[in-house]
Design a protein around this ligand. Structure first.
Ligand code: FAD
Length: 494
């Protein structure tokens, strides 16, 4: 773009995409650690919270503890897990305490980002949701906090004869506020965290709820650090200490558990299934319905606090069926086994459509760069995409500890560039990296939920060396990131 025209546009040092937990946490660090930098947050939706604004199904809650899902800088004082509303209140307080709201532009969906090496800045085009107007602005850096799935709608597989069903079909991600499920027969398709949350939340009011799954999921019922929480509570420890101690304890417990899932998976599998058996009793055949075929943590473990899902099953208000759908019928679902399930409402809790970098089109010096053609630098930057950092949290640990690690790294990088008078940075494979084996972002033997596998071809590739991977390992990153040598040649400055 012509430099004279560009100069008239709003310009900021850093443009943050998305006002979910990642965008708000990143803005907090930017303001604290790079106080001179100007910034804006562009958010497609009408308010903040991302995931916790989008999802409105009954019972919507975290399945992480809030000591690690909450930020290290703001103590969590509520229950171990939190509702979407409580998480938004927590984020609202962070925004108020740090005067962040004035930096956010809601209803601004970014569609294109164009980098000019001559101007050494990004020009971003966004569409306003309220007026439809196209807005352009420029930024030296993009901080991509747009999450990993499409917020507009969830993923619904297309089954034969769906149109023939006379009742209502809804997706858990687009839950209608006026959905009337009282005294209705409901089928919830899926058995992940969303299904496991919705079922106990609605079962008492429905005539019956059937959890229909193609294959079983792992469930955890207890908070691993409850004993310590009880002890600290008894000692009347002040909130900041309580939060920090719990946070450290949970991160250690999770590291040990993840390690056991990898290296002692049969024992962990037995323990988890025995735990389910103890909760569900004779109300369901554990072998058929609660014995996954994969290793624990190869897909997300769903947390069902106190085993509430199993209480619903024991009460008879809910049941579980495992099988493949043959087709929908006017009155419900017929399985390939021939079994027929009756329903007034069918809820597809069938996951997300993965979305990489907010479905934004990236153009670098006139050439389109597809994220899938790049190689990631530590899961947060990409070859061929200058002055851009991406926040992709942890799947097995809480998402947010990584928001903080990436933020601290990026602020250090910004300050380093400022001090040296540098304007651009882009990762580049060094001579010693050239022969490195390149792999998909995630391999199925490591983590393979359907939504990741459906979209893995859209994600950047990673390498065999840790500098070129998203390790998914908090304890590694926690040590490695503060020690990253910015001048080791993997980052090329201009
Ligand atoms: C129901 C549910 C429960 C979950 N529970 C947990 C949990 O307990 N623990 C855990 O660790 N993780 C959990 N997750 C994962 C969760 O997504 C992350 O924890 C976290 O909320 C991600 O935050 P984020 O800000 O990176 O992304 P999001 O929450 O996805 O927010 C991204 C924001 O960016 C905006 N955006 C996207 N594209 C654009 C664009 N082009 N232009 C402008 N704005 C854009 C979106 O509108 C959205 O508001 C859960 C996910 C779901 C769906």
């Amino acid at each position: 773009m012509d430099r004279a025209v560009e100069n008239k546009l709003t310009h900021v040092d850093v443009l943050i995409a998305g006002a979910g937990v990642s965008g708000i946490g990143s803005a907090y660090y930017l303001q604290r650690q790079c106080p001179g930098k100007t910034f804006l947050i562009l958010e497609a939706q009408e308010s903040f919270g991302g995931t916790w604004l989008t999802h409105k199904y009954p019972g919507i809650r975290s399945d992480s503890d809030l000591y690690t899902y909450g930020f290290s800088f703001k103590p969590w004082t509520g229950a171990v897990v939190a509702t979407a509303g409580e998480i938004r209140t927590y984020l609202r307080e962070i925004m108020a305490d740090n005067d962040l709201e004035k930096h956010i532009r809601y209803r601004h969906r970014i569609s294109t980002a164009e980098w000019s090496s001559t101007a050494q800045r990004w020009t971003v085009t966004a569409t306003r949701g309220d007026t439809g107007e196209m807005v352009r602005m420029t930024a030296n850096f993009l901080w991509m906090c747009q999450g990993y799935y499409k917020h507009e709608q969830g993923y619904t597989p297309q089954w034969p004869d769906m149109d023939s069903f006379k009742g209502q079909i809804v997706h858990s991600q687009n839950w209608p506020a006026d959905l009337e499920y009282k005294d209705k027969k409901v089928i919830v398709i899926g058995s992940g965290a969303s299904a496991a949350t919705i079922i106990p939340a609605i079962a008492d009011q429905c005539a019956h709820v059937t959890m229909l799954q193609r294959s079983p999921t792992y469930y955890a019922t207890d908070f691993s650090a409850q004993a310590l929480a009880d002890e600290l509570n008894a000692l009347n420890i002040e909130p900041a200490w309580f939060h920090e101690i719990m946070r450290r304890k949970v991160l250690i417990n999770e590291g040990i558990f993840i390690d056991r899932c990898m290296n002692d998976s049969e024992a962990v599998k037995r323990e988890m299934i025995d735990n389910v058996r103890a909760h569900v009793g004779d109300a369901a055949d554990v072998e058929t319905h609660f014995t996954p075929s994969y290793r624990p943590w190869q897909q997300r473990v769903a947390f069902v606090p106190g085993g509430d899902l199993f209480k619903s099953i024991r009460s008879g208000k809910a049941s579980v069926t495992t099988g493949e759908i043959a087709r929908f019928t006017p009155k419900g679902i017929e399985l390939k086994s021939g079994e027929v399930l009756a329903a007034d409402i069918i809820v597809a809790a069938t996951g997300f459509d993965l979305c990489v970098l907010g479905d934004i089109r990236f153009i670098v010096d006139g050439r389109e760069v597809k994220p899938a053609d790049t190689v990631t630098y530590r899961g947060m930057m990409f070859t061929d995409l200058p002055n851009l950092v991406w926040v992709f949290g942890y799947f097995r640990f809480s998402w947010t500890p990584r928001v903080e690690l990436v933020a601290q790294f990026f602020c250090r990088l910004l300050n380093h560039m400022e001090a040296k008078g540098l304007h651009s940075v882009v990762p580049h494979l060094r001579p010693e990296d050239q022969d490195m084996e390149l792999r998909p972002w995630l391999t199925p033997d490591n983590f393979n939920p359907s939504y990741v596998m459906r979209g893995v071809h859209m994600l950047p590739r990673c390498g065999s060396k840790r500098e070129w991977q998203h390790t998914q390992d908090y304890h590694f990153d926690h040590k490695a990131y503060p020690a990253i040598d910015l001048d080791d040649g993997a980052l090329v400055f201009g």
